[in-house]
Ligand binder design. Sequence first.
Ligand code: AMP
Ligand code: TRP
Length: 346
Amino acid sequence: MNEMATASAMATGARKRIFSGVQPTGHLTLGNYLGAMRRWAEVDQHRADALFCVVNLHALTVEHDPARVRRLSRQAATLVLASGLDPELCTLFVQSQVDEHLRLSYLMECTASDGEMRRMIQYKEKAAREQGRGGSVRLSLLTYPALMAADILAYGTDEVPVGEDQAQHVELARDLAVRFNQRYGATFVVPKAVTPPVAARVKNLQEPTSKMGKSQDRTAGVVYLLDEPEAVRKKVMRAVTDSEPDVSYEPERRPGVANLLEVLAACAGSDPERLAEGYDSCGALKKDVAEAVVETLRPVQARHAELAAEPGLVDAVLLAGAERARGLARPRVDAAFEAIGVLPGR
Ligand code: AMP
Ligand code: TRP
């Protein structure tokens, strides 16, 4: 077995390892659900040793209110459980409760270059937004992909299921794993991003050329997972389309209509092109999208209400998850410290 294969076997045993995360920077959206969370529950936790993380340290990279981040962290954990994660099948935890993420993040900063961090699209966009609001850009916003790489690499992760917006960050984590291994010896598994076939990038209903994001100002175009059915219907019925009366799937030319078709396809388990043939007006399409979204969210909201009524339960799941995660991450992070030239401390 060559060195890389050994590193991989050490990481996974027979099963694949999956890692993904969600930031508690705002209320979770339909984009989070269709682009990531739903597959974590329906597919990933059954096919691999999967870890899911509420990445609260990432939420400190932009202006934040401590009490709100605390509240949103518990809410995000509750919502991913409500979307179907089973703590018997997978590991759910909060990033800050496992020190290995921060330890390894520093080594990733010592592996990455300043230039590759500055090239990240999300950094450029978020930095521009913060500056536009008259605020300053936190240094941690620039170094954020180093922490994200640490999240992934600490666990010997093979696959990272994410929406399309995160593909560039996962690509960077890959580059850092390869570089570290070349410089200091086989330590990390080289991970790859896995994006969903549809709804990899759900767009804002009011601005269908940009992502439906949870910390956006244009909330009229954002469907939140905890929105009441009436609110969902209103947002979908008011979605921006175009002046053409019919329905066709042409993402470049007709982004608004394409977004609605993609959401419907993701909710109904179909494909957007085929669905387009069944409609001759945007009004009829919107009605079906609204109902499909309401029905998709209904079980998640019901389960969320049950879990929220028992707050001790979510905390217990998170503590057990952190303990398991710590045990998995520590040997590899210790090995990385030793490989890079730090005297062993424990
Ligand atoms: P974030 O909200 O940035 O913490 O993202 C958590 C997960 O949801 C990541 O895998 C993202 O790629 C995914 N995600 C976020 N927004 C969207 C969206 N509008 N469409 C598809 N996936 C998304
Ligand atoms: N940066 C990701 C996002 O904004 C969240 C995240 C942090 C993540 N660490 C991760 C996702 C590790 C996958 C794997 O969505």
